[in-house]
Design a protein around this ligand. Structure first.
Ligand code: NAD
Length: 500
């Protein structure tokens, strides 16, 4: 299937015709980069150009930050119910346009249409609805103080209030663009912050469409601004900008480090949602009819380009061969194709650059002595398809076991004892997520306590909801997105002490 803009949803034909090189939104106005430069955004399933994206430079970032700063007093003074009303309207508009948004996401990112249509974009809707509610539930506290040196006849009263952090730089990756963007924008706006959004260079389209819908929903000019461009220029300038109060970043651990350095300039608040190498652990008493497709889907969903993907599979030796054969059969059965083709189960990886990165990991794993039980190849005449891959015969110290590949690649290792697999699961620089597959309540409880990760699932993997916090420990990052906890990312505490 090839990309032909005439086959697209009418919404998307109109969007692609009007938005692209003039795709920076600054203070409510759409315009081109000051330099006039743009770059191509590519359909990864065909390698063909979908459209042009504005390449923002330092002058554009300056103006976007100034617009966000100018809009801050007005937005932070709106009532919670007014912010909630607008956020709910954003959710309604996303829902109204869900078919077109899912198509646009597939075209730009490569994922099968059903992933965006039924999982990720409904997830984005729920983020805006959840944080519409949270906008009206911001609480400070009153405190009984022990201060005893007040003037005669007076009393001391102390309380805390929550205030928006200020101007937020939201920097997001390309794997699930719209929902990850919603995870930043919804709580930031609910808290009364204003935002400069920097989408990933490979997948800017749904972010631009979302910003259009946000303006239509009544988000005031300057409250949401968007600067498209490359990480090393647009992203780096934004992260270091002295007018930014907080960076909300999702991306790789390496970039997270660069962002942290940039934040030092003015001690910006920082939250970092970074990489993972999450274990999926199948115990001998697991219900294999659930566990086999469950652990396979945990890695092959979205071509493995999921921060919480179950990329390390540990299987008890008594069921090892059965599980490995089942996962390999599942991998072989997956239909690869253009995400817009109705029978596609797995799409390409996001770009040629990323396909080369994944191939590099596979080549080095082979060189180190690993076995590709299935997959391990680039495939297709066009596009950036990698066959779903099951790697066996690995040692714990191998790169393929330790580093995040961010592709459809699972490494399998057998184990004998629960203590042994807990130690293996924790033997990682990452601590984002894990899943445990067992029918034993006691084992499940023991393992959820012992595994060091931000989320542990029992008999499922990668289930999430707007009410649930997502994030990691160790080198998987700082702070949490989603859930009640995410609102705190965008609020400061102010203590008030009064003699009355
Ligand atoms: P990336 O780090 O390359 O890029 C992420 C974003 O940062 C992009 O917008 C990019 O343009 C920008 N960027 C790059 N260099 C920058 C710099 N020096 N300063 C400021 N911004 C810069 O990540 P990616 O390849 O787009 O995304 C994949 C990574 O994201 C994986 O590691 C994945 O695990 C992680 N991720 C984490 C979560 C989570 O919730 N923990 C969710 C999704 C993805």
């Amino acid at each position: 299937m090839t990309f032909d803009s005439r086959n697209l949803h009418a919404d998307n034909q109109a969007f692609l015709a009007r938005r692209g090189q003039d795709g920076l939104c600054v203070g409510g106005e759409w315009r081109a980069a000051a330099s006039g430069e743009s770059f191509a955004t590519i359909d990864p399933a065909t390698g063909r150009e979908i459209g042009r994206i504005a390449r923002a430079g330092a002058a554009d970032v300056d103006q976007a930050v100034a617009a966000a700063r100018a809009a801050l007093p007005g937005w932070s003074a709106t009532t919670p119910v007014e912010r909630a009303r607008i956020l709910w309207k954003v959710a309604d508009l996303i829902e109204t346009h869900i078919d077109a948004l899912a198509e646009l996401e597939t075209l730009d990112q490569g994922k099968p249409l059903f992933v965006g249509r039924w999982a990720e974009i409904p997830g984005a809707v729920n983020q805006f609805r959840f944080f519409a509610g949270q906008a009206m539930a911001i609480e400070g506290s009153t405190l009984e103080s022990s201060i005893n040196y007040q003037p005669q006849g007076k009393q001391v009263r102390t309380w805390t209030v929550r205030e928006p952090v200020g101007v937020v730089a939201a920097i997001v990756p390309w794997n699930s663009p719209l929902v990850l963007t919603a995870m930043k924008l919804a709580p930031a706006l609910a808290a009364g912050c204003t935002v400069v959004l920097k989408p990933a260079e490979d997948t800017s389209l749904t972010a631009l469409r979302l910003v259009e819908l946000m303006l239509e929903a009544g988000v005031p000019a300057g409250v949401i601004n968007v600067v498209t461009g490359f990480g090393a220029e647009t992203g780096a300038v934004l992260a270091a900008h002295p007018g930014v109060d907080k960076i909300a970043f999702t991306g790789s651990t390496a970039t997270g480090r660069a962002v942290l350095d940039a934040a030092k300039t003015n001690f910006k608040r920082v939250t970092l949602e970074l990489g993972g190498k999450s274990p999926a652990i199948v115990l001998p008493d697991a219900d294999l009819s659930l566990a086999i497709p469950g652990v396979a889907n945990a890695i092959f969903f979205n071509s493995g380009q999921v921060c919480i993907a179950g990329s390390r599979l540990y299987v008890h030796r008594s069921v090892h061969d059965q599980v490995v054969e089942g996962v390999a059969a599942y991998a072989r059965s997956l239909k690869l194709g253009h995400g817009l083709a109705p029978d596609t189960q797995m799409g390409p990886v996001v770009s040629a650059r990323h396909a080369e990165r994944v191939e590099g990991y596979l080549g080095r794993a082979r060189r180190d002595g690993a076995t590709m039980l299935t997959g391990g190849e680039r495939t297709g005449e066009a596009g950036t398809f990698i066959t779903p891959t099951v790697v066996t015969g690995v040692r714990p110290d191998m790169e393929i076991v330790r580093e995040e590949v961010f592709g459809p690649v699972v490494v399998v290792q057998p184990f004998d004892e629960v203590d042994e697999v807990i130690a293996s699961a924790n033997d990682s620089e990452y601590g984002l997520a894990a899943s445990v597959w067992t029918e034993s309540l006691s084992t499940a409880h023991r393992m959820t306590s012992a595994i060091r990760a931000g989320t542990v699932w029992i008999n499922c993997h990668a289930m999430y909801d707007a009410s649930l916090a997502i994030g990691g420990i160790k080198q998987s990052g700082w702070g949490r997105d989603s859930g009640r906890q995410a609102l705190d990312n965008y609020l400061e505490w102010k203590t008030v002490c009064a003699v009355v």
